[in-house]
Design a protein around this ligand. Structure first.
Ligand code: ATP
Ligand code: MG
Length: 187
């Protein structure tokens, strides 16, 4: 499970209860917050996997991981286009379900100390994934694994299961002033 050469640290990690952390809300900063948590874990010698639902684009984090962070693995399970909430395409559903199947295997593989399910809350809200299935994944996760779920509209049963829930509230966003998506800020 541990990747650090310091065996003592490994023991500490395995004995520690892994946390379920939810980052939700309508303000900017959910995904970037989860990656901040990943960076902190990686700095301590841990291995992190990020499964990105409904995303097909290689964001800055993907490029950074590839170039600088061997202990950060990112897998994309989506297309680089909007999913229609009330009428998702078959391919959107298929990719999200493949993402969950991949995440389940990874969760039980013992290869990672922290797993981030980015935008899974949105995938649940859009009914691309089955809520009960995700609840079971959370309930049955290995004890020491830290699991982070991001995205707007976190379903109440997921909030109930979590140890920590943060809601990022929009106070203002530059988008309203007509400032478009920018490399390094949005992607
Ligand atoms: P980030 O990836 O920057 O941390 P996020 O994960 O909180 O943002 P999402 O809900 O995943 O935000 O939305 C993805 C994109 O939408 C981001 O590029 C972000 O800048 C933008 N965005 C987030 N919140 C708002 C908002 N309140 N108004 C307009 N655009 C937003
Ligand atoms: Mg996000």
């Amino acid at each position: 499970m541990r990747t650090s050469p310091k065996k003592k640290e490994g023991k500490i990690k395995q004995q520690t209860k892994g946390l379920v952390i939810v980052i939700t809300g309508n303000g900017k900063g959910k995904t970037t917050s989860a990656f901040g948590q990943a960076l902190r874990a990686i700095g301590q010698g841990y291995k992190v996997l990020v499964v990105q639902f409904m995303k097909g684009r290689k964001y800055g984090e993907f490029k950074a991981a590839k170039q600088y962070l061997p202990n950060l693995t990112i897998r994309l399970y989506g297309l680089d286009s909007f999913v229609m909430r009330d009428n998702p395409a078959a391919v959107d559903i298929e990719l999200a379900q493949k993402g969950l199947a991949y995440a389940k295997k990874a969760i039980n593989s013992g290869r990672y100390d922290m797993i981030i399910l980015d935008e899974i809350n949105v995938a649940l809200d859009f009914k691309l994934l089955n809520l009960q299935e995700v609840i079971e994944v959370i309930k049955n996760k290995p004890a020491g694994l830290d699991l982070i779920l991001t995205g707007r509209y976190a379903p109440p049963p997921i909030i109930k299961l979590a140890d920590t829930v943060s809601e990022i509230k929009e106070v203002k966003h530059h988008y309203a002033a007509g400032i478009k998506d920018r490399a390094g800020i949005e992607y």
